[in-house]
Write a protein that binds this ligand. Sequence first.
Ligand SMILES: Nc1nc2c(ncn2[C@@H]2O[C@H](COP(=O)(O)OP(=O)(O)OP(=O)(O)O)[C@@H](O)[C@H]2O)c(=O)[nH]1
Ligand SMILES: [Mg+2]
Length: 122
Amino acid sequence: MTMADETKLKIVIFGAFGAGKSTLIKTLDPESKHIEANCAGGTTTVALDFGRVQNNCCRIHIYGTPGQERFDFAREIIAKGMDGAILLVDVTSPLDQFTRHLSDSLHSAKVPFMVFLNKCGQ
Ligand SMILES: Nc1nc2c(ncn2[C@@H]2O[C@H](COP(=O)(O)OP(=O)(O)OP(=O)(O)O)[C@@H](O)[C@H]2O)c(=O)[nH]1
Ligand SMILES: [Mg+2]
């Protein structure tokens, strides 16, 4: 099998502000790239995250979205052409309207997605 035959997948990670999207991508790909700004207590994504994971049969490109609601336009651009999505939910705070909105949008887009519950150890 050549590189050209290899399946390529675009997976996009969504979730509310601070859910842990960028951290997940850093864990999956320590060489991933992140466009972030400093904010109270840490950093926040202001454009996107990008990481790569390779397994036997496919090359997976993982994109992280910004969690701040005002970056709707960025999420729309990043989502184009996605093969699947992950909705990351921080279980340490009550389920918010924005996370519901993201879930509804993914249902409407008819894209396969999984929900990951994060920060379960806290
Ligand atoms: N306890 C715990 N903390 C986590 C976990 N994942 C992320 N965090 C912390 O949660 C905070 C936010 O993490 P980020 O990965 O920046 O979250 P994000 O979803 O990318 O945030 P935005 O880009 O601002 O939407 C940081 O302080 C992380 O260290 C986790 O699995 N467990
Ligand atoms: Mg982030």
